[in-house]
Design a protein. Structure first.
Ligand SMILES: Nc1nc2c(ncn2[C@@H]2O[C@H](COP(=O)(O)OP(=O)(O)O)[C@@H](O)[C@H]2O)c(=O)[nH]1
Ligand SMILES: Nc1ncnc2c1ncn2[C@@H]1O[C@H](COP(=O)(O)OP(=O)(O)O)[C@@H](O)[C@H]1O
Length: 196
């Protein structure tokens, strides 16, 4: 975690969205953003190589490890973590400016990042996306066909630990039907906006 992070939360709401690899986080958010613009998506930085369809500056900022380390040293991340063997971090500037402008922001980050955010933004809203079953998760990850066997195995091992953390989240949403899940997320965003 970065020291000296001080962000004003008087403006927008910070949503934290986590879930195991292959549960459908990206798919559900893509579907949601087709019809909803009530939250801003924070684009993370990563040292993971891009998948075929992924665009730099859209899905992630893809960087080499030395660049990531440089930004880390400059305290440019709200949080960062090593996940499945690569580094991932949330750039501070975008989130800070959006929240200060009164916009609501969603971070799609892993459980380690969520723990860090919980310490510095206890007011954030934490949402965990769960698979209907572990075998459904295995099938989804296999069907995505974006990792080799070894990487898929690592992601599934990590998934068990990630799912154990779900009870620490404010909301747990099972991703059965993509459209229904997107609607449930919009429902959560709107409910939280109305409360503040
Ligand atoms: N801590 C942290 N985790 C992130 C960040 N961006 C993405 N992640 C998480 O890193 C994990 C791997 O992401 P990715 O490589 O896109 O794989 P996927 O989950 O299989 O789609 C997921 O749990 C993401 O939520 C970030 O900025 N910080
Ligand atoms: N509700 C769902 N039902 C069936 N398949 C799904 C569902 N949501 C996502 N998928 C599929 O599961 C795979 C993993 O989804 P993805 O969005 O890449 O997951 P994540 O971002 O959580 O790693 C993709 O092939 C996607 O099409």
């Amino acid at each position: 975690m970065q020291r000296g992070v001080s962000l004003k939360l008087s403006g927008g709401i910070l949503f934290v969205f986590s879930g195991p690899s292959g549960v459908g986080k990206g798919t559900v958010l893509d579907r949601l953003f087709e019809k909803y613009d009530g939250v801003e998506y924070s684009i993370s930085m990563t040292t993971r190589p891009p998948r075929d369809h992924e665009e730099n500056g859209e899905d992630y900022y893809f960087v080499e490890e030395d660049e990531f380390e440089r930004i880390k040293a400059e305290e440019g991340f709200i949080e960062w973590a090593e996940v499945h063997g690569y580094l991932y971090g949330t750039p501070k500037k975008f989130v800070k400016e959006a929240l200060e402008a009164g916009k609501d922001v969603i971070l799609e980050i892993d459980i380690q990042g969520a723990r860090q955010v919980r310490k510095i933004f206890p007011e954030a809203v934490f949402i965990f996306l769960e698979p209907p079953s572990f075998s459904a998760l295995e099938k989804r990850l296999a069907s995505r066909d974006s990792e080799d066997n070894e990487m898929r195995k690592l992601r599934l091992e990590n998934a068990r630990k990630e799912i154990e953390e779900a009870s620490r989240y404010d909301y747990r949403v099972v991703n059965d039907d993509i459209d229904e899940t997107a609607e449930r997320l919009i429902g959560i965003f709107e409910k939280e906006k109305n409360r503040r």
